[in-house]
Design a protein around this ligand. Sequence first.
Ligand code: FES
Length: 329
Amino acid sequence: MRTAIHWTPARLLRTHDVARDIRLFEIAPEGGARTNAPGSHINVALVINDQADSRSYSIVDSSLEAYRIAVKRCAPSRGGSQAMWRLPPGAPLTISEPHNHFALDFDRTDYLLVAGGIGVTPLMGMAAALARTGKAYRFVHVAPTRTEAAFVQELRDAHQARYEPRYSREGATLDLALEIARLAPQGQLYFCGPMRLLQAARAAWSAAGRHAADLRFETFASGGRYAAEAFTVKIPRAGLEVRVGETETMLAALARAGVDIMSDCQRGECGLCAVDVLGCEGTIDHRDVFFSEREHAQNAKMCACVSRALGGGVSIDTAFRSTASLLDA
Ligand code: FES
């Protein structure tokens, strides 16, 4: 179950490679694209490992006709990027309307945008909006090499000296403490990138004595501390036991078993899919960024969309009630 998602038929108009392993997709929903604020994403319904599933992708920008999203092809992914890359131009699709969990506040005068790799996508709309509204901002874009950085020329043209690409394997460094020190005291940092870079950004932000709420972020699902393995999830109250395959999420396995869990981002960010953990035979590999490290250590809750168990299984409880149990109540 998702939160108030309305699905719409759509068509893939065209694709275009914008960097090594990063492809731009132009997707036209029936009836035209909706207006969307910077940081918005759409969900794309896909068949992944023979199961109906979906993935959310940030909107790079949109026209009246179509949304543009960019997808990085990842070999050891949960299968979403591979499914997207197999789509031919003209392919029929089903997509959601835009949603936004990464909204830009316009009430500050100074902003720092930090993108890691494909994390550039939601920040492009933010940078454009900040430029339009005359705000002070800097946009730091980190990628391993020039060939792996998408949209560089487009961003250079749009933002000139405010845009600073840095290529780590070509000798550039990112000193987050220094970048944060250059931001006005009431400024905000918007970050989108991989988990390790987010952890560094959070640590630098905290060490600088900045207000936690002024660091806004989105990240990619973490690969976890451990390799994925199959495990069993039990819901004692419902008398259910479900096997979660190595390549599927707990959320998908439970949905297959008829257990609807509220979800949205499917990237471990929004916390909507969190379930209560009653017990674990092995270890829980928390892969979300919604809960803090302290909460992860407590193991009281886990995000079903990304987090996993290993070494046996996990017992959980959810707000789910079957139709039968509702009738019995
Ligand atoms: S659906 Fe957002 S954290 Fe799981």
